[in-house]
Design a protein around this ligand. Structure first.
Ligand code: G3P
Ligand code: MG
Length: 247
């Protein structure tokens, strides 16, 4: 059965990467929750998608140049809907606490956002933090930056690492490196690219979890091929469709 991962929490119905969207994802029964992680100026692990706070809060500025105290002052919910005005940008520690409190038994997919800018020390910090925690759930690291995955493997050997790709090139150096290495457990491709080059499903002998699988046609495509998981903005719809599909 294909697992349903909620993208940035339940992004389609709640403000992305907030505790409200993660809580919703768990409450409706998502098998997994995907979040994005950056590093603040004072080296705190911050859960947000963009490199800046501009799009999803009432503030401006780059996470990299802001202290946690400044980040915490921002409203991360009103841009989506004023009823979420009390939502803040969470730290990874707050997300972990919430999932533990909810006794979440699924998978937390932590995307390391090192594709656009470099956060020195993020891999070590992340691995050290997660390994020090008692967790009710399991986790997978993912990144578009293959070097980040290789690096985090040095600090956290046993955990799963998945490579995120925007385009599919079966002959690229990184693809060959990925295919032949045991470091990587899975591939997280863009759903549109996957559909246009689906020979990769046989080519790659690893788990496949495409993103962002938001419509019925794409969801059914993944269920039919029994892909490991889908990453979707609409986990509730996906769970209903999967039930219909399996009946
Ligand atoms: O992890 C899947 C997906 O989140 C990758 O793209 O830009 O939404 O982080 P993005
Ligand atoms: Mg992401």
């Amino acid at each position: 059965m294909t697992l349903i991962f909620a993208h940035r929490g339940s992004k389609g119905t709640h403000p992305e990467n907030t505790l409200a969207s993660i809580k919703e994802a768990v409450e409706i029964g998502s098998d997994g929750v995907e979040i994005d992680v950056h590093l603040s100026k004072d080296k705190e692990l911050i859960v947000i998608h963009d490199e800046t706070v501009d799009r999803t809060t009432d503030g401006t500025g780059a996470i990299k140049k802001m202290f946690l105290k400044e980040i915490k002052k921002l409203d991360a919910g009103s841009w989506f809907n004023p009823i979420y005005k009390n939502e803040k940008i969470p730290t990874l520690a707050e997300v972990v606490n919430l999932l533990n409190e909810m006794e979440f038994k699924g998978v937390l997919n932590i995307e390391i956002k090192t594709d656009k800018i470099r956060y020195w020390g993020i891999e070590r910090k992340l691995a050290k933090f997660l390994k020090s925690q008692e967790l009710s759930f399991s986790y997978i690291y993912s990144s578009f930056n293959i070097k980040s995955l290789i690096k985090i493997n040095r600090f956290d050997k046993k955990s799963k690492k998945a490579w995120l790709i925007k385009n599919i090139d079966l002959e690229s150096r990184n693809m060959i490196r990925f295919k032949n290495s045991d470091i990587f457990e899975g591939l997280h491709p863009n759903i549109k690219k996957l559909k246009s080059k689906d020979e990769i499903i046989k080519f790659i002998t690893k788990k496949i979890r495409p993103w962002t699988v938001n419509n019925k046609e794409d969801m059914t495509y993944c269920f039919k091929r029994n892909l490991d998981s889908i990453i979707t903005d609409y986990p509730k719809e996906a769970l209903i469709l999967r039930k219909e599909y399996n009946n």
